[in-house]
Design a protein. Structure first.
Length: 310
């Protein structure tokens, strides 16, 4: 069985931390673009995409923080009469919304089929991530009604802290089991919204990208190849595939799971007091794909992209 996987842990380059889904005062976020960038810089992020709803927020490239132009794009009508939200990344040309209209597509935004939106962004050199499918109440039919998006948000901080709909692992596996190699992103969707019973949604999720250079072109190339992992806490330090073994090293965690279709895969739980730092899984040969997720003692998770076997 041959493993098909762009392994970020063996790829050349350095690790860079980034958040690809962020709102500012230009839509419904609480902080100005400049203050939002400062907030992420202070939290140790290297790159950030400001993705205001239905508009492009332009900020000058700022020392110490690489900015990737983005826009959150609303479109379509889902099976249950909700809408699709896409994170448009590396947007070179704004998709303008004029009231209910998207002039470039000559339609009201909810009449734009998700495929039309994906094609519009990609034909202009951008990329699409399917945002918060659980929060959006997207069904299997919905997520298969379009293609060409590079990934889905497997975790979304604001969807988690506001209504406990942050995780979309089942949606992800629904794609992977059908052979669609879609990547898993962990994003804040930061609005700086919080109250006395709701935690702030800033700086709680990220992706760690392996790239030769901290520049838009190189970071985007690495993202498109899947050379990253997603986290809202744990660090994944190593992943090696050799023969029928997968070895994973992490910061201290209470569980490491090897997720595969049907009843394949395995969860390793630290039942003694000491958390894990290393786990080895034996590939049985029936898995089709395996992705690895782990959880630390505070319940925060991290996810690798999927390893496919053929
Ligand atoms: Zn959204
Ligand atoms: Zn958003």
């Amino acid at each position: 069985m041959e493993a098909r996987f762009n392994n970020p842990f063996t790829a050349e380059g350095n690790w860079f931390k980034g958040n690809l889904h962020t709102h500012t005062k230009n839509s419904d976020g609480a902080l100005s673009p400049e203050d939002t960038v400062r907030q992420y810089k202070e939290a140790g992020y290297h790159f950030l995409s400001l993705t205001d709803h239905c508009r492009l927020t332009e900020v000058e490239q700022n020392q110490g923080m690489l900015l990737i132009q983005g826009e959150e794009l609303h479109c379509g009508t889902s099976e249950q009469k909700f809408n699709f939200h896409f994170v448009g990344l590396d947007i070179k040309e704004e998709i303008v919304y004029s009231g209910d209209e998207i002039p470039v597509l000559k339609k009201k935004w909810w009449e734009v089929h998700p495929q039309e939106m994906i094609d519009a962004v990609k034909s202009r050199g951008g990329e699409i991530i399917l945002a918060h499918p659980y929060w959006s109440a997207l069904t299997t039919n919905d997520i298969f009604s379009c293609q060409g998006y590079i990934g889905i948000e497997v975790f979304n901080t604001t969807c988690y802290h506001s209504i406990d709909k942050g995780y979309s692992m089942t949606h992800w596996d629904d794609l992977l089991v059908r052979g669609r190699n879609i990547f898993g992103f962990s994003s804040d969707d930061c609005h700086n919204h919080f109250n006395d019973h709701r935690q702030n949604d800033a700086c709680g999720a990220w992706i760690m990208v392996k790239s030769k250079k901290l520049a838009v072109r190189e970071i985007m190339e690495s993202i498109k190849k899947g050379l990253f992992y997603a986290s809202c806490g744990p660090e994944i330090k190593d992943l090696k595939i050799s023969g029928d073994k997968i070895f994973v090293a992490t910061s201290p965690v209470k569980s490491v799971s090897f997720i595969a279709p049907n009843g394949w895969g395995e969860m390793f739980t630290a039942l003694k007091r000491e958390p894990f730092r290393e786990v080895e899984y034996r590939i049985r040969g029936q898995e089709r794909y395996i992705r690895i997720q782990c959880m630390d003692t505070q319940g925060r998770m991290a996810w690798t992209n999927a390893i496919f076997f053929e």
